[in-house]
Ligand binder design. Structure first.
Ligand SMILES: N[C@@H](CCC(=O)N[C@@H](CS)C(=O)NCC(=O)O)C(=O)O
Length: 204
């Protein structure tokens, strides 16, 4: 029987990886559909907003990586137990995403001079601003991003922080032991460790 879920993304980790982690963690069987860049132009119009990732289930398709991860987190019991707990998780996930977007601006900039200006700002201002605060939050939450326990915010951090290192080409959390410990904790969960070993080796 075909898996009940199909996650479609490019052949990379990017915005698809948190959802893949969540399904692996929860033992949800899914089709890991990876679209090649060269096939994308003709496929783009077939997707709801012409972007990836999407999740398909029961004949329906949805876009938006964070909405998909939030749904999957509920399925695998890594969400909050009430609306307030979910708000706390969402708030920190959105803040991690703010940092991701600021660093992505460097990645996507084509003009070399502008790129260097963005990178300088990322290193001097953006990363210290966010990472210092995240480190304190994790310390207060007993080694987690929210609720003092493992939630999908930790999963989101594990995948996003790996991306930050890849884009900036430095170990962004070398001086943030709490942040490194959260990432290591997620990456060493048995199902995640296995997935990291088995997943396609990709550039991003
Ligand atoms: N807010 C959306 C952003 C999705 C997005 O930007 N997807 C990019 C890949 S990371 C994409 O589909 N790019 C190809 C395109 O726009 O044609 C999400 O989180 O899912």
């Amino acid at each position: 029987m075909a898996p009940a879920y199909k996650l479609t993304y490019f052949d990379g980790r990017g915005l698809g990886e948190t959802s893949r982690f969540l399904m692996k963690y929860g033992g949800i069987d899914f089709e890991d559909c990876r679209i090649k860049r060269e096939d994308w132009p003709q496929m783009k119009p077939k997707f709801p907003f012409g972007q990836l990732p999407t999740l398909e289930h029961n004949g329906k398709i949805v876009n938006q990586s964070q909405a998909i991860s939030r749904y999957l987190a509920k399925q695998v019991k890594l969400a909050g137990n009430d609306d307030w707990e979910n708000l706390e998780i969402d708030a920190i996930v959105d803040t991690i995403n703010d940092l991701r977007l600021k660093v992505s601006a460097y990645f996507y900039e084509k003009d070399e001079a502008k790129k260097q200006t963005i990178l300088e700002n990322v290193n001097k201002e953006v990363l210290p601003f966010y990472l210092k605060r995240f480190e304190e939050i994790v310390k207060k939450n007993k080694g987690h991003f929210a609720l003092g326990r493992l939630t999908w915010a930790d999963f989101y951090w594990a995948t996003v922080s790996t991306g930050l290192d890849m884009v900036t080409k430095v170990d962004t959390i070398a001086n943030y032991p709490e942040l490194k410990a959260v990432r290591d904790k997620v990456n060493s969960l048995p199902a995640i460790k296995k997935w990291i070993e088995q997943r396609p080796k990709t550039d991003f």
